[in-house]
Design a protein around this ligand. Structure first.
Ligand SMILES: Nc1ncnc2c1ncn2[C@@H]1O[C@H](COP(=O)(O)OP(=O)(O)OP(=O)(O)O)[C@@H](O)[C@H]1O
Ligand SMILES: [Mg+2]
Length: 359
C-alpha cells in the first residue's frame, strides 16, 4: 500500500492512469468507462499513430538511433493542446524501446522527496512519464534537472545544521514530459530535453483515418461520408473524434439500423449539440460571452472565464487554442477579442470595426 501523500506512480502500460489535464475538468474524459474506451483505441506503435508526420519522423530517428546504440535515448518533451496524443506517444516510446513505463504527473508530486523516491527506484532503461510537467513544484523541478543531466539525486539525511546530502547515482533512464503549456516550463528544465515534439491540431483527412481505424477496432460499419462529417466536427482532435464516433454509434444502435451513415452522424451530433464547426458548449459559451456580454472585447482571460463559469486555465488550454486557430477569437495585448467569423457563427451582425481590433 502506498503511503498517504506518496506520489502516484504506476508501473506497466499506464492504461489505468488518471488524466489530470484541464481537459478532464470539462469534457467528461475522466469517468471510468470513457477512459477505458479511450485506452482501447490508443495506438500502440509508432506506425499506427496517425498524422503528425514531422514529430513522428523525428521521434522515430531518436528511438532508432538509441536502439542502435543500445542506450537510453535523450529525454523527450511533448507539448500541445489536450487530446492530440501526448500520453499515447509516451506509451509508444516505451513500447518501441521495449522498456517499461512509469507514470506520474506534476500535480501528483508534492514534495521533492516524492520525486527522489520515484527516481531512485528507476531501473536501467526505464521510461518515466511525467504528465503536466509544468505543474511540478519548484524544488522537485530542481531535483529533476540534476537527475536528467547527471543521473544523480542528492538524498538529504538529517535536519538543520547537521543535514547532509548523499549523492545517489541513477542508472540511465529517459524522461518523457508532457505539457499543454510549454511556455510555462522554466528554461533550465526545457533545456534538459534533447528532443521536443510539438503536436498540432490534426487535418480533417487525418482525423478520418483515426476514425476509420477506431471503427475497425470497435467493429462498427462507418460510411466514408459519415467519417468525413465526424472529422470535420472534431476540433482537429483525435480524442474528440473518437468520442463523437462512440456517440454516433450509440445513435445508430438505438435510433438507426446500426450503420454509421451520414444521416446518423448528423442526427447524433445534433443531439449532442456539436455544431457544424465542431464547437461544443464551452466553445460557444466563450464566443457568446465575448460577443454578447463584452461587446466583442477586448476582455481579460480571467473575466471571460468567470463569465462562462470555468477556470481560466481551462478556457486558455481547452477552448481557446482551437477558437484562435479557427480565426474566431484573437488575442491582443489588452485581452481577447471576437473576430468577424465569431459574430457570423452566432448569427449576429458583425459590428463595424471588429476586424480592426485585432493586432
Ligand atoms: N495520432 C493518433 N492516431 C490515432 N489515435 C490517436 C492519435 N492521437 C491521439 N489518439 C487518440 O486520442 C486519444 C487521446 O490521446 P492522448 O490521451 O494521448 O492525448 P493527450 O495529448 O495526452 O491529452 P491530455 O493533454 O488531455 O493528456 C487516445 O486515446 C487515442 O486513442
Ligand atoms: Mg495525456
Amino acid at each position: 500500500m502506498r503511503e498517504p501523500g506518496a506520489p502516484r506512480v504506476e508501473v506497466g502500460d499506464g492504461e489505468d492512469l488518471v488524466p489530470d489535464g484541464a481537459e478532464s475538468l470539462v469534457r467528461a474524459a475522466a469517468d471510468e468507462p470513457e477512459r477505458a474506451a479511450e485506452a482501447a483505441l490508443r495506438p500502440r506503435r509508432l506506425e499506427e499513430f496517425v498524422g503528425q508526420r514531422v514529430v513522428r519522423d523525428q521521434l522515430s530517428l531518436v528511438l532508432q538511433a538509441a536502439l542502435g546504440r543500445g542506450r537510453a535515448p535523450d529525454h523527450v518533451l511533448l507539448s500541445g493542446p489536450p487530446g492530440l496524443g501526448k500520453t499515447t506517444l509516451a506509451m509508444i516510446i516505451a513500447a518501441e524501446l521495449g522498456a517499461s513505463l512509469r507514470v506520474t504527473s506534476g500535480p501528483a508530486i508534492q514534495h521533492a522527496g516524492d520525486l527522489a523516491a520515484v527516481l531512485s527506484s528507476l531501473e536501467e532503461g526505464e521510461v518515466l512519464f511525467i504528465d503536466e510537467i509544468h505543474r511540478l513544484a519548484r524544488p522537485a523541478e530542481e531535483l529533476l534537472y540534476v537527475a536528467m543531466e547527471d543521473f544523480r539525486v542528492d538524498v538529504v539525511v538529517g535536519k538543520g545544521a547537521g543535514a547532509s546530502a548523499i549523492p545517489l547515482s541513477l542508472p540511465p533512464f529517459t524522461v518523457v514530459g508532457a505539457t499543454t503549456r510549454a511556455g510555462l516550463l522554466p528554461a533550465p528544465l526545457r533545456d534538459r530535453f534533447g528532443f521536443t515534439g510539438h503536436l498540432d491540431f490534426y487535418a480533417d483527412d487525418e482525423l478520418e483515418r483515426v476514425l476509420v481505424r477506431s471503427a475497425g477496432l470497435l467493429d462498427v460499419p462507418l460510411e466514408a461520408a459519415a467519417a468525413a462529417e465526424i472529422a470535420s466536427r472534431s476540433r482537429g482532435t483525435p480524442r474528440i473524434a473518437n468520442r463523437l464516433l462512440r456517440r454516433v454509434r450509440d445513435w445508430a444502435q438505438v435510433r438507426g439500423d446500426g450503420t454509421l451513415s451520414l444521416a446518423a452522424a448528423r442526427s447524433a451530433l445534433d443531439v449532442y449539440e456539436v455544431d457544424v464547426r465542431g464547437l461544443d458548449r464551452l466553445d460557444r459559451a466563450v464566443l457568446d460571452a465575448l460577443c454578447r456580454r463584452f461587446g466583442g472585447g477586448p476582455v481579460g482571460l480571467t473575466t471571460l472565464a468567470v463569465a462562462v463559469g470555468e477556470e481560466p486555465e481551462t478556457v486558455e488550454t481547452v477552448a481557446e487554442p482551437f477558437l484562435v486557430r479557427e480565426g474566431l477569437v484573437g488575442r491582443t495585448a489588452r485581452g481577447r477579442v471576437a473576430l468577424p467569423p465569431a459574430w457570423e457563427h452566432l448569427g449576429l451582425p458583425v459590428p463595424a470595426g471588429s476586424d480592426t481590433l485585432f493586432g
